[in-house]
Design a protein around this ligand. Structure first.
Ligand code: ZN
Length: 1005
């Protein structure tokens, strides 16, 4: 050793010990007694593009005589250029590890929508893995403090004995490709490395790893990468499908739990009683630990958790900064408001949620990357920012991910008694919630008019591991007294105060009402989903990261009462596990009626009982002492036993009638449905497919490209659904697709290199062409000849701008900000079949509109109107209400100006009628079914700013066009499994496709 080398060695040693922070913590350095896998280590160095893109934890690989390295499966080291393993290969390696080491165990945790396996790999000391069940029993007691009667001393004993669980999940986002190889190597290190730093983790903590969360998407992504390797000079197709249903939004499903991957991870997290859920992503250079994030924080998380975020996140940055790794930071612009992210499963179940954004190239190519100034600028929270330009490799990515995880695991393990105690405390505080901050419970009353949707909501809570009870008798609770805010000019308001009815002071609930008690360990998630959200327009955070409102009771269209009266907990009740709305046939007779309350199950029934003659009542009626709403089903030609079975299955209550009601009816048909997608993005329509599949509504899934190829769309379809596109969704993009004037075709089909690409979705030789003008003409012909086209948000804009309709236009908003909020809508035309089953007030999901305006003049844009038009009088004589006068002639009374509501088209004027060839005849005018509520009632949950721009404007419009209809939605009625209350607006359109004009009043002559 030369003098220089010795100084360097001392220096490195000091650096390493200082990185550990505390004197008694083991240094992050290899064990000099353990041999290194020299060949593997050499390749690590070779593929790492800069010496500072690594750390003393991952710049070598310890050798083992018995345990295979990732090279055994990959043929090279983890993060090697050109290598992306399929999920199956990752699993193969994990199972090789399991075979070779008693420190590794692999568990199957379920399958995906396409039937691929998901796994969780536990790595810990042999002793810990041997006593997994005993340990789980200890953790279960901490997770549910009711089992130890909230006894802190008993908890302390358990905390001292328990081994905590740190759960890591990789590659939920399929184009973010680095995690699987990083996690393979991490598993090897944790199993094999004898350095004190790693050994402490192994002996003290169980690391649980799901290396691939979105397994279907991973296999598609690897396919595409292989295609890219086989065609190195070509552009490669973008990953348009990830999982079967959704792409990026798979990380927004932790509220609705509609995807298998969410359900499987949730079950694993809750089943193992894990303390941390750490989800790995790639989008930000080089490692953005958004554990701490930015405000506003979710209002329902325990402050103990937000302190843990600060501790863990800050320490993680500190450790990696000391390694000299640039671009490691926390804070950033990710707010922690929405609980929809996968990691939030932990935050909502008394654990610690964490998320990394690391840097990736979307594949395993080593590439030069140029950053934006905002990415490499030094900010207060990013003192060692990334470099403006770097050569970046998948190995660099794997170095960062593993270093971050190992330092996290080590810090977590050092402080595990604290984190285990916190885990217990958070659960205990959850159990104490009713008397601490409240509420005591949420009650879903037994007299709900939508029992099917009520059951669906409760089943979501059950998936979230929330306990549900049912009252054995009727009960009454006291309602909180609302403090009146002193009104401005109170003296003038005496009149209106007198008219005010006294507020009720109590509320009765019938026997059989569902009670979600808040004195349970997972009360937090129920509270977060059922409560209302308020995002202030004055919040310093001006760019919400995701939705700002989600209140499930509102979006499911069911009653949910937030009860603060502690007496509710004393009501006689029993726990229920199987929640199912009651259904079947009652009464005698050969004609059956089912009341319509906009339950999606009605559509399922119609499609299930294909042979039955189903009609919809166009007016409410009464029969056999029962009241039926408009749109109720009248069923003939159905076997009672069949109907009874189907109705029982679906939670629908059919009543047999002695005779058919004398009300006007029209047929409800099982429409032939085409479901159109683009090759631009399938993100948002995926939620619609998921909903239709769940409801067993059949459809043909066709692309915009396919439309031009149909000779006659009407011969095949009654209804074409064109759900929102999401990204890249301008009307011109929908028609033109992606550029074809240059570049190569982008195939989306199965080939030898891409055996998994198509899955159960769609294929094309070239993703680039769009609908095209021929396709547009076919769509227009379809509507002209009597077809029904249904569009929402961006596809509604497309329908307008492509000229498929006339009389409806959109306005650009000026100040409006409605960011994924729950807003109020109002029923305008209850006689329209689209509105069947709905009440006057319907909460809906809105994300900035679009703002619709109507006009009865073809080609004119609807007037932009904010609030009631008020024409002030001109300057002149008299008081404000007086008419002006003209000197020298008698006064003339001006004709009364015709008025209209904001959601209506302004009345056609006499001047417009002169040679009025542009005046749309009354029968051809748009029919508003729902409108947005008045400005003061618009916000239900979330953020509404500048709401006056959309208040009272149409929300759902039925536009006659030729013999057919285009139905436009400004709200998104089908979204993330959260908006089931508005599904029936779409289903009603499908079922009544050939009777949409029912109840139409054409007032104008
Ligand atoms: Zn991501």
């Amino acid at each position: 050793m030369t003098r220089l080398k010795r100084i360097l060695a001392v220096f490195l040693f000091l650096l390493a010990t200082s990185a550990a922070g505390l004197a008694d913590e083991a240094a992050p350095a290899r064990d000099p007694k353990q041999p290194v896998d020299a060949a593997y280590t050499e390749k690590i160095h070779k593929y790492t593009t800069q010496p500072y893109f690594t750390s003393p934890l991952v710049d070598y690989l310890p050798a083992s005589k018995t345990v295979p390295t990732p090279e055994a499966v990959l043929g090279d080291v983890a993060g090697a250029p050109g290598i992306l393993p399929y999920a199956e290969e990752v699993y193969k390696y994990m199972r090789l590890l399991e075979k070779a080491s008693p420190r590794v165990k692999v568990f199957s945790i379920g399958t995906t929508e396409e039937g691929r396996e998901m796994i969780a790999v536990a790595i810990s000391s042999e002793e810990n893995l041997k006593s997994l069940e005993e340990n789980r029993a200890r953790l279960a007691k901490l997770a549910d403090p009711r089992t130890i009667k909230l006894d802190d001393a008993e908890a302390d004993k358990l905390v001292a004995q328990a081994v905590p669980i740190y759960y890591i999940t990789g590659t939920i986002h399929s184009p973010e490709t680095g995690a699987p190889t990083a996690l393979m190597e991490l598993a090897y290190r944790l199993a094999v490395d004898e350095s004190p730093y790693i050994k402490e983790i192994r002996d003290g903590t169980i690391t649980l790893i799901t290396p691939v969360v979105e397994v279907d998407g991973r296999d598609r992504m690897v396919d595409l990468y292989k295609w890219h390797l086989a065609h190195p000079k070509d552009f490669y197709p973008p990953l348009i499908y990830w999982g079967k249903y959704v792409a990026h939004d798979n990380n927004r499903d932790a509220m609705g739990v509609t995807l298998k991957l969410t359900e499987n991870v949730l079950k694993t997290y809750v089943g193992w009683k894990a303390q941390v859920l750490h989800d790995l992503h790639e989008s930000v250079p080089y490692l953005y630990d958004n554990t701490i994030g930015d405000g506003p924080y979710n209002a329902w998380v325990d402050p103990i958790l937000t302190d843990e975020w600060q501790m863990i996140g800050s320490r993680n940055v500190a450790d990696m900064t000391k390694f000299g790794m640039p671009g490691v930071f926390t804070h950033g612009d990710f707010d922690t408001w929405s609980p929809g992210y996968l990691m939030f499963i932990a935050a909502m179940h008394n654990g610690i949620s964490r998320l990394y954004e690391t840097f990736g190239n979307g594949g395993a190519d080593t590439q030069e990357r140029t950053l934006d100034p905002e990415e490499y600028s030094r900010t207060w929270w990013r003192q060692n920012p990334p470099l403006p330009k770097v050569m970046w490799s998948q190995r660099d990515n794997n170095n960062y991910e593993q270093t971050g995880l190992l330092t996290s695991l080590h810090y977590f393990n050092e402080n595990k008694r604290l984190f285990l105690k916190n885990f217990y405390l958070k659960a205990k505080r959850s159990v104490m919630k009713p008397s601490a901050e409240g509420p005591a419970a949420y009650v879903l009353p037994a007299d709900e008019t939508r029992p099917g949707l009520q059951a669906e909501l409760l089943r979501v809570l059950q998936k979230q591991a929330v306990e549900i009870s049912r009252s054995k008798s009727a009960f009454t609770v006291a309602l909180p007294v609302k403090k009146e805010k002193p009104k401005k000019g109170a003296k003038d308001n005496k009149e209106s105060d007198k008219e005010k009815k006294p507020e009720p002071t109590s509320r009765d609930f019938p026997a059989g009402s569902y009670i979600v008690r808040m004195d349970q360990p997972y009360a937090r998630i129920a509270d977060a989903l059922l409560d209302h959200q308020y995002w202030s327009p004055d919040d310093p955070q001006k760019t919400p990261y995701d939705d700002t409102g989600w209140t499930f009771g509102e979006l499911f269209g069911v009653q949910v009462a937030r009860v603060t009266d502690l007496k509710v907990l004393d009501v006689a009740m029993e726990r229920v596990t199987d929640i199912h709305a009651p259904g079947g046939v009652k009464g005698d007779g050969a004609v059956f009626a089912i009341n319509n309350t906009a339950e999606p199950a009605l559509a399922t029934l119609r499609f299930k009982m294909k042979e039955a003659n189903v009609e919809a009542a166009e007016e409410p009626f009464e029969s056999g002492g029962k009241k039926f709403t408009r749109g109720s089903f009248v069923i003939r030609n159905a076997g009672r036993a069949d109907l009874d079975r189907a109705a029982a299955d679906l939670g629908l209550q059919a009543v047999a009638l002695g005779s058919a009601p004398s009300v006007k009816t029209h047929p409800v048909r099982a429409a032939r449905v085409a479901f159109v997608h683009t090759w631009l993005s399938t993100q948002t329509e995926g939620w619609w497919r998921l909903a239709l599949d769940d409801l067993k509504i059949p459809y043909d899934y066709i692309s915009t490209q396919a439309i031009a190829k149909f000779d006659d769309l009407n011969a095949k379809y009654d209804v074409i659904l064109f759900p929102p596109v999401g990204f890249f969704s301008s009307p011109t993009a929908i028609i033109n697709g992606m550029p074809t004037a240059w570049g190569n075709p982008l195939p989306w089909k199965n080939t030898p290199e891409t055996p998994n690409l198509v899955g159960k979705n769609d294929s094309t030789d070239d993703m680039r062409p769009g609908l095209g003008w021929d396709g547009l003409a076919k769509l227009q012909a379809f509507v002209e000849k009597g077809g029904v086209l249904l569009t929402a948000t961006d596809t509604s804009r497309f329908a307008m701008e492509a000229g498929l309709i006339t009389g409806v236009s959109t306005h650009a908003s000026e100040r409006m900000k409605i960011v994924g909020s729950v807003v109020g809508t109002r029923l305008v035309d209850g006689a329209s079949p689209i509105a069947y089953g709905y009440d006057e007030k319907v909460p809906a999901y809105c994300d900035n509109g679009p703002i619709f305006s109507l006009s009865s003049i073809a080609g004119a844009r609807g007037r932009r109107r904010l609030g009631n038009d008020s024409h002030s009088r001109p300057t002149g004589r008299g008081t404000v209400d007086d008419p002006d006068f003209t000197v020298g002639r008698p006064g003339v009374e001006a004709p009364e100006e015709p008025t209209s509501e904001i959601w209506e088209a302004p009345p056609v004027t006499d001047e417009q009628r002169r040679n009025g060839f542009r005046v749309i005849p009354p029968a051809g005018r748009a029919r508003v079914i729902f409108r947005y509520a008045d400005q003061k009632d618009l916000l239900i949950s979330g953020l509404v700013e500048g709401g006056n721009e959309i208040a009272q404007h149409p929300a759902v419009v039925d536009v006659p066009s030729g013999k057919g209809h285009v139905v436009l939605f400004s709200i998104n009625p089908v979204y993330r499994g959260e908006t089931r209350g508005t599904y029936s607006m779409v289903l009603n359109t499908i079922l009544n496709f050939d009777s949409l004009d029912a109840g139409r009043k054409d007032a104008d002559k």
